[in-house]
Design a protein around this ligand. Structure first.
Ligand SMILES: C[S@@+](CC[C@H](N)C(=O)[O-])C[C@H]1O[C@@H](n2cnc3c(N)ncnc32)[C@H](O)[C@@H]1O
Length: 247
């Protein structure tokens, strides 16, 4: 199934290729940098235990509200409209205190839907009919509940250490090197190094998606690195990606 939202860096176009490269035997699947969860939602179930994680609290609150309160979220979204002023108002409200989790999730969801390229910042002037997207939240709730997906809100390093086992499989899709600024949560050069250090020491397996870049290639030179090309989400050009594994 599809993710309920689009997100910069989302793996909509690569998810099939990524899943074909998953290892055979794992009993826990951990999506470390969950984002819109395109890879998670691609299958009905990846493993007995599935974990969605992201450091962005708005995104995590949205996923949690879809999982536990989809009906209330849909009622809150009923009557929201697609207009520039409305987009600006809900964006401003997200910076204020006093919203309930459901009100906050509804505004965040709409902000992503109405923005240009899902950047959350610029009104997209699109003519999308949003009622289908709102109805679709019921299917997403079903996916999250039926497989009992655990929703975490942690920094990647602690998350990986907590869930690491010989049969754990971590799918990692961090902010790409040099394009970190597109996310609300900051990611620094030091974070790229921290990720390398923690992944180098795990008992389980990992698959890491990255942009094809000298820094990344040098850092992961002792692992298996495969180069791929995909269409760029926002332009007509091609984008070079790396898939890095420890198996
Ligand atoms: C490239 S996106 C993931 C896209 C996702 N695979 C998808 O298909 O939508 C990277 C994500 O990492 C999250 N992130 C940034 N810093 C993080 C950290 N320290 N720990 C965990 N997640 C983090 C961002 O909020 C963002 O959602």
């Amino acid at each position: 199934m599809n993710s309920p939202i689009t997100r910069i860096g989302g793996k909509k176009l690569l998810r099939k290729t990524i899943c074909e490269r998953f290892p055979e035997d794992f009993d826990r699947y951990i999506e470390v940098f969950g984002g819109a969860g395109w890879v998670l939602f691609y299958k009905d179930k990846h493993a007995k235990l599935e974990v969605y994680n992201d450091a962005d609290g708005e995104l995590v609150n949205l996923m949690r509200c879809i999982k536990y309160h989809a009906g209330e979220l849909q009622r809150e979204l009923d009557g929201y409209c697609n207009a520039r002023e409305f987009f600006e108002d809900i964006s401003a409200q997200l910076d204020m205190r006093g919203l309930t989790d459901i009100q906050r999730a509804a505004r965040y969801f709409m902000r992503m839907k109405l923005s240009f390229g899902a950047d959350g910042r610029t009104y997209g002037c699109n003519t999308k009919n949003l009622s289908n997207a709102i109805e679709y939240l019921t299917d997403v709730q079903h996916r999250l509940l039926s497989a009992s997906v655990v929703i975490e809100h942690k920094d990647f390093e602690n998350l990986i250490k907590v869930y690491d086992r010989p049969k754990a499989f971590f799918y990692c899709d961090p902010p790409y090197h040099t394009t970190e600024k597109y996310y609300d949560v900051q990611f620094s050069e030091d974070d790229h190094m921290r990720l390398y250090n923690v992944l180098s020491a795990i008992k389980g397996k990992f698959l890491l998606s990255y942009n094809d870049d000298e820094f990344v290639r040098e850092l992961y030179k002792d692992f298996n690195v495969v180069a791929l090309e995909r269409n760029n989400n926002l332009s007509t050009g091609k984008f070079k990606e790396l898939i890095i594994t420890n198996y």
